[in-house]
Design a protein around this ligand. Sequence first.
Ligand code: ZN
Length: 160
Amino acid sequence: MFDELRDLYQEVILDHGKNPRNFGKPESYNRTARGDNPMCGDKINVYLTVDGNGIIQDLRFDGRGCAISQASASLMTEILRGKPAAEAEALFEYFHDVCTKDDDEQGVHENLDEDATDKLAVLSGVREFPMRVKCATLAWHTMKAALHGDPVTSTENSAF
Ligand code: ZN
């Protein structure tokens, strides 16, 4: 089982690292934040479109970084699309736990989308590499900062 999870981990990092999903600054969004992981040199921008009901209708990212940071960001955009902001934060807490704590020390995480937690559990392989945990969680910290930031209009932040 362990080997199987490790193979999956490498597969996910390779797949999402090479072909990141939802990469690139969108034309419109209403929340954004920038994340920086100086330990590794990862930099990321996350762009969210949150509707009036608190549902994340769209999320995209851009930036540069190691394969793990890019793969984690890519996976995050797939997982969180269409989810309520509150569930996005709950999933982050779950992910942070599985990346940093032993199984018996993790908090109780209830009512989470099983498909999402299964995907995130694969990335928990970073727990073996403490230096990499910041890479794996950077996109999630940035997403959370964007959710808590002031709403923006995309024209304010656009380059032109
Ligand atoms: Zn990194």
